[in-house]
Design a binder for this molecule. Sequence first.
Ligand code: ATP
Ligand code: MG
Ligand code: FE
Length: 348
Amino acid sequence: PLVLGIETSCDETGVGIVRGTSLLANAIASSMEEHARYGGVVPEVAARAHLEAMTPTIREAVAEAGIRLEDVDAIAVTSGPGLSGALMVGVGAAKALAVALGKPLYAVNHLVGHVGADVLRAEGEGDIELPTIALLVSGGHTSLLLVRDLVSDVELLGETIDDAAGEAFDKVARVLGLPYPGGPQIDRVAASGDPRAIRFPRGLSLPKDRERHRYDFSFSGLKTAVARWVEREQDAGREVPVADVAASFREAVVDVLLTKALAACADVGVPRLLLGGGVVANARVREVARERCAEQGVELRIPPLELCTDNGAMIAALGAQLVMAGREPSGLDFGADSTLPVTLIQVG
Ligand code: ATP
Ligand code: MG
Ligand code: FE
């Protein structure tokens, strides 16, 4: 089926078009730069930017795919989780399109969409093998999932109990005087630092956490530890070794992410790990993931980066999976749900 997907959960206005598991278009407009001066995504600014970008981004995707809007078999849209105002813009646009074109509408889960991105592979790369463990790491989420079936069976194993991993990168970057978004900045600076220079805490990794928080994450203590360490150096009149701090912080995040993800693979007996979310852009995340997965005989899948960050193609891909599985459309009687749980793959 030819499916158009709309994504507006955070600061990316994404419109993607797929035919089954083939990617035809992935148009994205981002309001990131507008948020930069606030040091983080401002919900009201994001919603307004989505409203402005929506029509041009739809046009761009349709042109890129070389289709006519009337040819689309179904529309898919992110209904949550995410920022309410931002989500509402996408949901409204998708409903309007569905009504105007007389096409079925599928309201889907953003997080499952990140996993769905993996079906959009180049020819010959093979289909996603299920079940798989999936680690989603972005500015808003840090979730560890057991995906048995993309359209019917996604289990939440664990998630962050405070900050998301990307959020931690952004906050620590601010402490180090680096601009927003901090992830790429820390990555760049860390390249010339020593990851063993400072031993920062690995959140929820103590023996007592092994029962209740085995697959959960916590990054706010790490952020505070870095801020305290930097303050101490400054108070002592010493120059802060930014590269070493960045490298040591990055190492702590990456270590805990992959230790927990691979523990899940081992515990559940699923030798497959799929990564998604903007933090997957991190060079060290990729490196350590490759090393440790190879060591433990776990097959690692990382979709192309433009499909790891928020985008409309992954939403279209998940919508196409629902169509192909014979699911009923969502109708028009659903809204944006900012806290939609990952187990709810389709809404309505
Ligand atoms: P959501 O959480 O809803 O997916 P988002 O916009 O926060 O939305 P993404 O666009 O997927 O998520 O990712 C953005 C986040 O990824 C930011 O926090 C950014 O700092 C982080 N990030 C981007 N590149 C890197 C990198 N190289 N290293 C670490 N973090 C990175
Ligand atoms: Mg984003
Ligand atoms: Fe996302």
